[in-house]
Structures are given as structure tokens and as C-alpha cells.
Design a protein around this ligand. Sequence first.
Ligand SMILES: [Zn+2]
Length: 254
Amino acid sequence: MFYIIAFILGSIWGSFANVCIHRMPIGESIAVKRSYCPKCREKISWFNNIPLFSFLILGGKCRSCKSKIDKNYFIVELISVLSFIFVYHFFGFTITSLLLAILSIFFIIIFFIDLKHFIIPNTLTFPLMIIGFVKSFDPNLNTSLFPNYLNSLIGGVLGYLIIWLIILFYKKIRNKEGMGLGDAKLLSAIGFWFGWISIPFVIFLSSVLALLVVTPSLINKSKEMSSQIPFGPYLVLGSVLYLLLLEKIFRLLI
Ligand SMILES: [Zn+2]
């Protein structure tokens, strides 16, 4: 029963994530206005706007102009549903699950916006930092996952400082910006959420992931060493990987 609720909530928040992903970077309001087709701007009626199902029934095409709808809409909803079900499966009906569900929606929005636009809006990172810090005052939360408020604060500051320093050095050496402050704020938010211990692991895992993805295109010469890559998506993936490995990492350390 709760899996069905997780599915429904995941798909609703997934379609909200889609609205954010497409409207936030162009400064459009995420509230009030009804969904519309990006091509013909025809408003989409509610029965053609059911998450996941409408995309499949309509074959990924707009009902009125038949133009293809970006498959990312479907992917975003699918990832949201899967993460809600995953979170419920492991943490049940708890505050921890609620927090992780909120985090996953933020992560999904940040991932897709940074991937396409090379920006991470402050309207996403600032609330994420605040939630991450405020929740650390609740002593009843899962302590193997979430840090206390001091650990959280150190994590937040450390996360920001490390990327800020990388940007500074990179500027000195190559007179160019390798990463943006958006990345610094995102890593800071991750530090607030999971404490200072998460920072080195997340940096390591996201760098490895970024290298795995970028190296083939460097070898094919389809990209140059100096070309820009958005680092936010890798920070998101690195954090998810860290959380999945968390238990194993601690077992190795202790
Ligand atoms: Zn259309």
C-alpha cells in the first residue's frame, strides 16, 4: 500500500521537478501557470498531463501539434518515482524518509539544470543548506546518516571552502574559472546534510565519475582539455554513491 503512495507522490513531485527544471533557468514562475507544450504553447489538460502514463500513451508527442516531447520529462519522473520507492523501502514511514525524498527532488532538479545550463541557482542551494543545517538539531534522526549540528556546520563551511580554494588556485594557474561558486554552494549543502566526513568522499567519488565520463571524449578529441564541463551533476551522483556506500565505508574504517 505504502509503495503505491510512494509511487504516486514520486510521480507528482517528479512532474513538479520538470516544471522547475524548465522554468527556473529562464526565470519563469514555477507556480500559477498551467503546463504547456514548449513548441506550440498549447495548454496541456490535466488528463494529458498524468506523470509517466501520459508520456507513454501519447507516445512522447504533444497531443495537438504532434511535436516530440523531450524524453527528459519522462526520465525525470521515472527517477523521482524510483528514488521515492527506494527511500521508502530502506527508511520506511519516517522523518528520515521525508528528508531524503526532499533531497532527491532537489538533487534531480539541480542535476538536470546544471547539465543543460551550466548553472546551479541559489534558489535551490540556499534552501538545501538551511534544511540540512536545521534538521541536524533534531536528535531523533538517523545518526549513522545525519550528523549533529556542529558536524553539520563544519561540513557546510568545509564544502564551500574546498571548492572556493580550487577555483582560486585554478584562476592563479590558468587564469580561468574551472568551477563555479554554484558548485561550492552545492558541496556546502551536502556538507550541511551529511557532515564534514562526507566531503572528501564526495569529492573523490564525483571526480572519479567525471573522469570516467570525460576521458573517452578527450581521447576521441571530441572535447578539449580546457572545455567546460558542469560539475554539479557529478557532485549529485557522487553524493548518492557515497550514501549507498556509506555503510561499507564505515565498516572499512572501523
Ligand atoms: Zn504542441
